[in-house]
Design a protein around this ligand. Sequence first.
Ligand SMILES: Nc1ncnc2c1ncn2[C@@H]1O[C@H](COP(=O)(O)OP(=O)(O)OP(=O)(O)O)[C@@H](O)[C@H]1O
Length: 463
Amino acid sequence: MMLLGSQIPLEAGYQQLPMVELLIPGFAIISNMIGQIFSGQLSGCTRILCLFVLVALSKSYLLQLRDWFLEFFQWKIHIRPYEETYNMVQGWILSHKSDCTARSVLVTIGARQDNEDIFNACSKKPLSYLPWEGVFYFWYKKNLLIYRTTHTDLGFRIEEKVSISCISRSPSILKDFMSECHRQYLKTLRNKTIIYKNQGNNWKIDSTVDTRPLSTVILNECLKETVVKDLAKFLDPETRRWYSDRRIPYKRGYLFYGPPGTGKTSFSISIAGELDMNIYIFSIPNIDDRNLEDLFASLPERCIALLEDIDVIGASSPQHFNPSEPHKNRDIRCSPGRVSLSSILNTLDGVSSQVNRIFILTTNHLHKLDKAIIRPGRVDMKAEFELASKSIAKAMFTYMLGGQENIDTEEQSEAFAERVPDSKFSPAEIMNYLQRYCKAPAGAVENCGKWVDNLLEEKRMNK
Ligand SMILES: Nc1ncnc2c1ncn2[C@@H]1O[C@H](COP(=O)(O)OP(=O)(O)OP(=O)(O)O)[C@@H](O)[C@H]1O
């Protein structure tokens, strides 16, 4: 979110002179004093004293003049940290190395870029510098722009404020600058999915990943097709109109349930990429009611909200939950999770959840879920993610190791699937095994029996 304006906050430490009328007598006094000082009529001490008074008086006038000047000639854009506009501007500054005049910078270790030399120790984790507390200046299309960051200690958190300003009669140069940042940002995001995770009450970009095509998540085709078709139908403008005409909140909820490592998160991220949406991941075990409410309120429109491990919420009974008096429900807090059932229900039903949103809830324990959470309206479709069947094991082999020279993929994948027990291993476990043989598919088939025995034994021991 950016705010454009020309209001200048008062600087701390001096009082603004309020009246224009004071200026004329003020100037008269100042010019009179200057005349006296340079006339040579005053003694040395009096002259110095007058000089001090003159400086003190002039300061207020000069500051007042500066404020008037800025009020008429300065434009300012305010940028909220944690929003995409912030990343957009930071991206521009990083890529143009425009921060070289910043005298106060924040240094971070960045992620390695794909095209970098992985054997060069320095390029593995390059350092990035970003302007931090203070002001720095840079040129944009021959205009001087001023980047300002301030940090205010609010007691419970530090609030960061960022603004960019310029001296001009029109805001067009600032808007041009933002458009260029925006264009560049969109270019870097082509075929990317941004994954947000919460940090306290704020959303932070966790990673920006290459869009994962749906075909890379190996699932029962029928399940995949059903979910994708349902989403496509929901996002159809006709459907949206239908919801709007009937005053039904335009949102859709899904529950993905099944054992760990069956692709619930991967499929959600893949869907986000397919729909060109960003995904906001709530780790339910790590947040409380207050976080949940704030995080929901700050979700953007048109996004996927993924609530992971929804079974970990507290166990307040649905009889205690009264949708008509949500404020009373807030007191129902329970263990073991720090988020209460009532809070989840309030949030899913609340105003902030009703705009253009897709919710995906995930759990490994369907039976632990309270019926109130998964009732229609909150969850519109349930999808079961299962352990890998033989046909999934075969498809995973083909996907991971197929297409290499000198192998008969069909035959090898058949042989592999033959040795993998039906519905005992998760796709994640199979994936993990196959990765070891990315360049030696024959080895994956050859050593499969030993791996199966070991994994079955491990599972027996962990029971
Ligand atoms: N069906 C699948 N197809 C392809 N890869 C998969 C599949 N299932 C899991 N994986 C791989 O296994 C890893 C873990 O998968 P993921 O996190 O999506 O599972 P999950 O069901 O969400 O697990 P959990 O319930 O523990 O959160 C990922 O790296 C993913 O690529």
